[in-house]
Design a protein around this ligand. Structure first.
Ligand code: PGA
Length: 261
């Protein structure tokens, strides 16, 4: 596992975007796993800038999103379909038919989940999967207690997640209680993982993810077993790491970056 500590959110986002852009340049038909939430927005803005100013070409890129709320129509302003359209897809030259976001209103959700897994396999598996992390250590909507080998399925949202995500809704009661999510096994099937975290609200989850024992109670800890996992965080999210990162950052003042394998 590689840990990169950047001085702030903007630098963290740039590194993530550079890694994704490098993949797309080397493999124009790359399969990219995407995430929603506040954390990846800076990465998406940088990818949009690269597309507009440097001609980064998404015309053959295929994407699969991690998750979607059950019951929200794709046009609903809080759905992850809408989020992806507004924050990335409509600003780049990706083909709509090459983008995949779980269908929260699928009539047969079990069948849909099976198909989603098959679609990922048929696309040749995910080259880079972008991940955020919940303050409770979830990845996608794999909440604490999720099976570490799970595949795409419906999960009940943890009360901490409902509390964290209430900021996107008018009130807590409006946050959907269920979501379709790629499983932890699905995520671990990606060839490379990039996990992003910013801010002190994520510091405990990051410390456990990087240094703690692997446990289903903190699903993100599974990334320790991935052969190509990169954790990119800002200084605030790094504050609870006990190894050399804070000290290294001190000696790198001005450069702002510390990395470790
Ligand atoms: P956030 O969510 O990026 O909005 O903090 C991350 C997550 O819950 O996975």
């Amino acid at each position: 596992m590689e840990v990169i500590v950047e001085k702030n959110y903007e630098e963290m986002s740039k590194i993530a975007a550079e890694l994704i852009a490098e993949l797309i340049k080397n493999k124009p038909n790359a399969v990219i796993g995407l995430a929603t939430g506040s954390t990846p927005l800076g990465t998406y803005n940088e990818l949009i800038r690269m597309h507009k100013e440097e001609g980064l070409d998404f015309s053959k890129v295929i994407t699969f999103n991690l998750d979607e709320y059950v019951g929200l129509h794709p046009c609903h302003s809080r759905s992850y379909h809408y989020f992806m359209k507004e924050n990335l897809f409509k600003h780049i030259n990706i083909k709509p038919e090459n983008t995949h976001v779980p269908d929260g209103i699928a009539p047969d959700i079990l069948k849909f989940c099976e198909q989603y897994e098959n679609d990922i396999k048929n696309a040749g598996s995910i080259d880079i999967q972008l991940l955020g992390i919940g303050s409770n250590g979830h990845i996608a909507f794999n909440e604490p207690g999720s099976s570490l080998g799970s595949t795409t399925r419906v999960k009940t949202l943890d009360s901490k997640t409902i509390e964290d995500n209430a900021r996107f809704f008018d009130n807590r009661d409006e946050v959907p209680k269920y979501a379709i999510t790629m499983g932890i096994g699905t995520i671990m099937g990606a060839k490379k993982l990039i996990l992003l975290a910013s801010g002190k609200n994520k510091a405990s989850a990051i410390a456990t993810t990087v240094e703690g024992p692997i446990t289903a109670m903190v699903p993100a800890t599974i990334v320790q077993l991935h052969p190509k996992a990169i954790i990119i965080i800002d200084k605030l999210a790094a504050t609870k790491l006990t190894r050399e990162f804070p000290a290294v950052l001190g000696t790198l003042q001005g450069k702002g970056r510390a990395r470790d394998n």
